[in-house]
Structure formats: C-alpha cells, structure tokens
Design a binder for this molecule. Structure first.
Ligand code: ADP
Ligand code: MG
Length: 233
C-alpha cells in the first residue's frame, strides 16, 4: 500500500474525563495523508487532550486512537512516524539549537545529517550555534518544529502553532506546512482562531465541549464562520 491509501490518524469514539470535567466526548474523526487538517475549537474544547491521547501521553477513558492503523504505544521507532509540537515546549536556555537537536537525535538513534537538514527546513541555519535562551518566540517555535522533523515523520501534529507568530512567521509556517502535506505527509494543526487556519488547511474538524461538531473540506470563509459560530454558540 502507498502512504496515501492509509488513514494517517484515526480517532475512534474517544473520550476523556478528568473528575467531573468531560474534556473529550465520544469524538471520532480521521486525518488523511496529503492534506493539512485543522482541528478547530474554542479554548477548553478538548483539542490538546485529544492530541495528547493520539501521542500516548494521556490514557483515554474510552475509545482509542491509531496512527497508520496502530496505537502510538505500538509504533516501531515512533519519532520516525510522528513528529509533534505540543504547547509549552521547553528548551534548556544555555544550549545552542544544534546541541538541543543533537541530544534528541542521539536519544532517537537518528543519522547526524538530519540536524543540518531540519535546521535548513525551518530556516534556522544562521542561529544554529546560538544559545536558545536568546531566541525570539518565533525562533523557538521553529526549533520545536525542527525537533519534530528530526525523524522525517510522515505524520506531523502541531498544537496551536500559530500562537504568537507575527505575520511573516505565519506566512512562512503556512508555506512550510502546505508543502510538507502536499509531499504526501499528514499534517494536523489545532487552533482556536478560524482566520489562522483559513489559508493553511485543506480540511477542518470542528469541536466544542469535547464533541465533534463538523468535519469536511475547507469551505469558503463565510460558510465556515457560520459553522464555527453554530458549533460554539
Ligand atoms: N490534566 C487535567 N486535569 C483536569 N482537567 C483538565 C486536564 N487537562 C485538561 N483539562 C480540562 O479539559 C478540558 C479540555 O482542555 P484542553 O484539552 O486543554 O482544551 P483545548 O486544548 O481545546 O483548549 C478543559 O475543561 C480543561 O480544563
Ligand atoms: Mg489546547
């Protein structure tokens, strides 16, 4: 089978409760290869919790998730399958970008040539040997993305990647993610801001209060705005 004939991520009747809080409620959707899928919902909708369950970091209360047909925990060499950037990525401020990438690369047993490659992919070569402590927010986000790309994953998951980006950073991210997806990879990005995803996404999954409200191809702006308002209002 080719990469594109297999569903990249499948979320199947997924649920998660924290005490009395229902964070994710019987949620099902699929993410295909070859497209950018936006996971859109207001703050508290359950997006981060869902992404953490896909990555095996939170145990579902019910249901499950798979990546190319297997739960994350059963993936062989997971960093070469799935790259992820979740909220609040922390770096040691005293390390250079290269030193940070090198520590992850070694732990994952990946080829050293990958470091130059990912720095080039995120356009961070010039800052490669500078201490991360002096990086701007945009540079930190690029370094987080570079880290996620180390394993050359066919599935890329980014939680609110547009947060804090200036217009130039946003435009760069849009170009990068669209190109990455159109090479046959699956890209899933969460957002709570409809306008952020309108020029990036090919498909949209709308959630609120942990429930699926709508999923399908990106509509024209007005239709999607109506759907999002309906879902959240
Ligand atoms: N570890 C946790 N303990 C308790 N409640 C949590 C925890 N993680 C998330 N929640 C709650 O679950 C709901 C969904 O949160 P989250 O998945 O972060 O939403 P989103 O990413 O869409 O903003 C919120 O009500 C949040 O307060
Ligand atoms: Mg979140």
């Amino acid at each position: 089978m080719t990469a594109t004939s297999v569903t990249a991520i499948s979320v199947d009747h997924l649920a998660k409760t924290f005490g009395k809080v229902v964070a994710v409620d019987d949620l099902s959707f699929d993410v295909p290869h070859g497209a950018v899928t936006a996971f859109l919902g207001p703050n508290g909708a359950g997006k981060t919790t869902t992404l953490r369950m896909i990555l095996g970091l939170v145990k579902p209360t019910a249901g499950g998730t798979t990546i190319r047909g297997r739960p994350y925990s059963e993936l062989d060499r997971p960093l070469e399958r799935v790259g992820a950037v979740l909220e609040s990525t922390a770096f040691h401020p005293g390390l250079s970008a290269v030193a940070h990438l090198e520590s992850v690369r070694m732990a994952a047993g990946l080829a050293s040539a990958r470091i130059d490659h990912v720095l080039e992919q995120v356009d961070l070569q010039e800052a490669a040997h500078r201490r991360v402590g002096g990086f701007s927010l945009g540079m930190r986000q690029r370094l987080a993305l570079a880290t996620a790309l180390l394993g050359s994953p066919e599935v890329l998951i980014l939680d609110e990647p547009a947060n804090g980006l200036d217009p130039a950073g946003m435009r760069w991210l849009r170009g990068f993610l669209r190109a990455y997806a159109h090479q046959g990879n699956a890209v899933l990005i969460s957002s709570h801001v409809l306008s952020e995803i309108q020029q990036i996404a090919d498909r949209v999954v709308i959630v609120s209060a942990g429930k699926l409200r709508w999923s399908g191809p990106l509509h024209d702006g007005a239709v999607l705005e109506e759907l999002y308002l309906e879902a959240t209002g």
